[in-house]
Design a protein around this ligand. Structure first.
Ligand SMILES: Cc1cc2nc3c(=O)[nH]c(=O)nc-3n(C[C@H](O)[C@H](O)[C@H](O)COP(=O)(O)O)c2cc1C
Length: 399
């Protein structure tokens, strides 16, 4: 996921629950992402954690006293309410939840929340019975209605010994959710279908033809487009990659399966064909394992469908169709030919060799459209995905 948290001013309110100590990990990770973190500890939280630990990590004082004019030159509650980009309450106790839902303002944190019009996120953590209590549910409903983002706790073994819901959401997940709030969403409202990874064409129950595609480039592009708010469908061949969050992944193997999944999701605004789909498939699949008694084996292959061309000429043709071209020779002339034959809008061309092309490696891309050729400098696939995303954003800006 892109980092949208750099230089964001974040106020973290820590309330008095057993999960208090985990907010230290949250602070550290936010700082690593370049956020500017301020912190308020409620009076009860100081029963669980030590102020000095927070101040050491933050490298500054925590805010705690509503009435201390000496602690801050400016009025803390007004300054924090107006100057922060977002307020997080992690962990949020049942008590604190109830107070905010009812507009109570009897400490610094509650005053800041009442005085602030900024994004507010709460990550509750409490005993299962407390979490399931209708009063807590009512308070959460109230807060969701006034645009508090509620990060629901997970299930598991709680500190009190009970098993059930109420455990603080994982810190990494909390960070992902906050990050999404700041995503520029320049592609929201657009639907993307993207293919990635290798195809697998079965020969018999134990053998197949495939290729070296790792899916890395396609996954990076899919993640980027989703980060920018596009409704993203990733149709993926088998890969070793982690399943991306925040987008829909559909696993397939053969060219036919790739096409069926793509076609069933048309119409869309953008189609990107990154998958390395086999040009051929076996003419006759053998239901039984082909025996190795023969010294010579002849296999007959037939052409697979050309998915890029089929989507480009489909009655529901997307507004933008992008193909990838991996060539070992005559990169530009072969890729220009491909642009015409496939009838797509852009070709992202790159040379493949033993050191370039597949996996998490650097690539030199030539970006080709009808009357334009750009030779991009050597970049890693994450950077390439970002550059393609920018191009897509500009394409739809001009529309
Ligand atoms: C050992 C212990 C653990 C607690 N853990 C939690 C908890 O995880 N969640 C919660 O909502 N309250 C918990 N409480 C209760 C809160 O500390 C109490 O409601 C307190 O008033 C919260 O104050 P605050 O919301 O102002 O921080 C716990 C209390 C004790 C003594």
């Amino acid at each position: 996921m892109n980092n949208f948290l750099k230089n964001k001013k974040i106020l973290l309110i820590v309330t008095g629950g057993i999960a208090c100590y985990r907010s230290l990990d949250l602070i550290r990770k936010l700082q690593e992402l370049g956020s500017i973190v301020e912190c308020i500890l409620t009076k009860s939280s100081l029963e669980f954690v030590n102020q000095i630990t927070f101040e050491s990590l933050l490298g500054k004082k925590v805010h705690s006293n509503l009435f201390s004019l000496s602690q801050e030159k400016k009025m803390s509650h007004i300054y924090l309410a107006n100057e922060m980009d977002i307020i997080l309450i992690v962990p949020c106790t049942a008590n604190f939840l109830s107070k905010i839902a009812n507009g109570i303002a009897d400490d610094l944190a509650l005053n800041v929340l009442l005085a602030s019009k900024k994004h507010k996120v709460i990550a509750p953590a409490m005993n299962t019975n407390m979490w399931e209590n209708p009063i807590v549910k009512q308070n959460l409903k109230k807060l969701s209605k006034i645009k508090f983002k509620v990060l629901h706790p997970k299930s598991g073994k709680l500190a009190c010994g009970m098993k059930g819901s109420g455990k603080l959401m994982d810190i990494d997940k909390i960070i992902d959710s906050i990050n999404l709030i700041f995503s520029p969403k320049l592609l929201s409202g657009l639907k993307v279908i993207i293919t990635a990874g290798p195809s697998v064409e079965r020969i018999d129950p134990v053998r197949f033809i495939s290729n070296y595609s790792t899916g890395f480039q396609g996954y990076e592009i899919a993640n980027n487009l989703s980060d920018y708010g596009a409704n993203t469908f990733l149709i993926s061949g088998p890969t070793q990659l982690e399943k991306p969050k925040n987008l829909k992944v559909i696993n397939v193997e053969s060219c036919q399966e790739f096409y069926n999944q793509v076609e069933s999701r048309l119409p869309c605004d953008i189609f990107i064909s990154v998958a390395a789909i086999s040009d051929w498939k076996i003419k006759k699949y053998s239901n039984n394992k082909i025996k190795n008694k023969l010294n010579k084996l002849k296999l007959e292959f037939t052409r697979n469908d050309d998915i890029l061309n089929k989507v480009s000429t489909h009655p529901h043709r997307p507004k933008l169709v992008i193909g990838f071209s991996a060539e070992t020779q005559d990169l530009i002339s072969n890729s220009k030919k491909k642009l015409n034959q496939k009838k797509c809008d852009w070709i992202i061309a790159n040379k493949v060799s033993e050191k370039m092309g597949f996996g998490d490696v650097k690539n030199k891309i030539s970006f080709i459209e009808k009357n334009n050729l750009e030779n991009w400098p050597s970049m890693n696939k994450r950077q390439i995905a970002k550059k393609i995303t920018k191009k897509i954003v500009n394409f739809f800006k001009k529309k």
